[in-house]
Design a protein around this ligand. Sequence first.
Ligand code: URA
Length: 210
Amino acid sequence: MTDHLTVVTHPLVQHKLTLMREKDTSTASFRRLLREISLLLAYEITREMELTSKWIETPLQEMKAPILEGKKLALVSILRAGNGLLDGILELIPAARVGFIGLYRDPETLKPVQYYCKVPAEIEDRLVIVVDPMLATGNSSVAAIDLLKEKGAKNIRFLCLLAAPEGVARMKEAHPDVPIVTAALDERLNDHGYIVPGLGDAGDRMFGTK
Ligand code: URA
């Protein structure tokens, strides 16, 4: 991937995103749409995965057929909203290895602090896709990617549903080597750090919490 930011303009993605943004969309529908949209976004972010080939036998004859090269990719979910994207992607790539990073915001410094981190072995040899539906300030995604790089990850991509220009700029400054794939680039962040027009709190909407 060469572009730092890819907005997936596929009509199905855009249609489903509109339904997710609507405030009266139920938790069940929101979850279903998120799973469906994550399949389409995963298709885009894995478009340039490397292929090799192997000899196989079809019922008719032998052929040299394409097959994914290298180690299984790693999906890393930023807790808790990342898990909503993770479920859909795992349907498409069931053999993927999975990691989790939990971060909270220190009330005094306002900086992200890690409370959980478990990532797949041999992370340095894998394509790593970090998932979090909302790229808002970019603080947690930058911190998560800092952590992954400390653990040796070299080939990282970031997948989200919505991005704010502020978050994209922060990521570009901190991690220019990490391409971002999103369904939409929204207008801005409001004073509470929410993406506008956005869809509200993604975690609350997918889990039915407040
Ligand atoms: N996290 C969310 O869930 N929503 C936003 O708008 C911003 C961050």
